[in-house]
Design a protein around this ligand. Structure first.
Ligand code: ADP
Length: 394
């Protein structure tokens, strides 16, 4: 009987244990499944967060404007490549404050002011490393769903080019006004003198009328040059391209300039090879040569020599040159003489009817043909103006 009871108890215990083990194993499996699903969800979440961050970073990096994102403690969380370029950053600034990162206290003040407003705030900073640069900074708070500030975003817009253009425009207007005013006031002065009685003195009246004519011509030249520059700069000039034989082109120009050159006893020499041909607009190319030859005769040595040269430059380009043996151009002025109204000797340029726009016109015309223009000079031994044009098959 006891034996039977013991065996029955053992069987019941074994059955209970088996059931408990089954339940436990089931629960354990579920737990493991849950844990796996959790881990997967976490991984997915991390991946999504990583991807979102990478997308934001790519988006920021593709922006021309610089962007910096600050966290609620005012530390840099994200910075795009434009900021790195603008501020020439060569270390990772994430985690630093804005002043530590960019070394501009104005920016800290701007971020500080954000705490008391929901508006976009702006300031302008000047960067002095090498060339002066001007950056406009716009800053705004980043708010959470409840409208509580959780950081700030700063956008950096480089204004340097706009400032340069503004400056150029201002300078240009000042120069044009000055250039117009000078001959105008001379014309007015001579006219007043004539009306004041000089008209009755035949000697003076003719001389003054001649002066009036000279300055009126100067005004006409200036206005023509200004219109040319404006048309070239606004891209309104349609080039009528054709194949030009450069040697005969140069020969015709030399003929036209012979009288002017003779007045200064300057010899004109054509050394352009006969096989050389360019694809260019005849009238515009004439304007280029006209300005360069006129300058070479005007500023070159009286009794000197002006040579026109040319050569083939790697098949697809031809190189032309107008060289004189005059005083030349100092190194520091070689870039600047192609700027509008830049002159080495203002009085000399004006006395000879110069407008200060000739080389700027040359540069525009050559560039509109896809060419380049530059000057080489040994002071005291002359200046050589080179330019390139697309070659035409011979
Ligand atoms: P401009 O009407 O004064 O001649 P340009 O633009 O043609 O204006 O030339 C700008 C300046 O460059 C001139 O005023 C002159 O000082 C200088 N320059 C140009 N060509 C020569 C040259 N061949 N030799 C020396 N100086 C030159």
């Amino acid at each position: 009987m006891w034996t039977f009871l013991l065996v029955a108890a053992a069987l019941i215990l074994a059955a209970l244990h088996f059931r408990w083990w089954q339940v436990f194993r089931g629960k354990d499996g579920e737990l493991r499944r849950l844990r796996g699903a959790l881990a997967e969800a976490e991984e997915r979440h991390l991946q999504a967060a990583f991807q979102a961050r990478a997308q934001i970073q790519t988006l920021f990096n593709s922006m021309v404007e610089g962007v910096i994102l600050l966290d609620s403690a005012g530390r840099v969380q994200l910075v795009n490549q434009s900021v790195e370029r603008q501020f020439r950053l060569n270390l990772d600034v994430r985690g630093l404050t804005i002043v530590e990162a960019l070394r501009h206290p104005e920016l800290a003040a701007l971020v500080e002011r954000l705490s008391s407003t929901r508006q976009v705030l702006s300031c302008e900073i000047e960067l002095n490393g090498g060339n002066r640069r001007f950056i406009e900074v716009n800053a705004a708070s980043v708010l959470d769903r409840e409208g509580v500030p959780r950081g700030a975003i700063l956008v950096f817009h480089d204004l340097t080019r706009i400032r340069q253009l503004e400056n150029n425009r201002r300078e240009f207007v000042a120069n044009v006004s000055h250039e117009l005013r000078t001959p105008l006031s001379l014309i007015k002065g001579y006219a007043e003198t004539l009306l004041g009685g000089a008209k009755d003195d035949p000697d003076h009246s003719v001389r003054f009328l001649q002066k009036i004519e000279v300055h009126a011509n100067r005004l006409t030249n200036l206005i023509e040059d200004l219109l040319t520059i404006s048309r070239l700069e606004s891209g309104q000039v349609d080039l009528k391209l054709g194949a030009l034989d450069l040697r005969s082109f140069a020969a015709r120009l030399i003929e036209e300039f012979q009288e002017r050159a003779a007045r200064r006893n300057v010899a004109l020499v054509n050394e352009v090879p006969s096989s050389l041909r360019a694809r260019a607009d005849r009238d515009r190319l004439q304007q280029v040569f006209f300005n360069l030859l006129d300058n070479a005769i005007k500023y070159g040595r009286p009794g000197g020599c002006v040579v026109l040269r040319g050569r083939d430059g790697n098949g697809d380009k031809v190189q032309l040159c107008v060289a004189d043996d005059g005083p030349g151009i100092p190194a520091e002025a070689r870039e600047r003489i192609f700027e509008r109204f830049y002159r080495l000797d203002k009085a000399r340029s004006r006395d000879t009817g110069g407008t200060g726009l000739g080389l700027a016109i040359v540069k525009h015309i050559v560039q509109s043909h896809g060419g380049e223009v530059w000057v080489e000079s040994v002071p005291g031994r002359g200046a050589s103006f080179f330019f390139t044009l697309p070659a035409a098959p011979s």
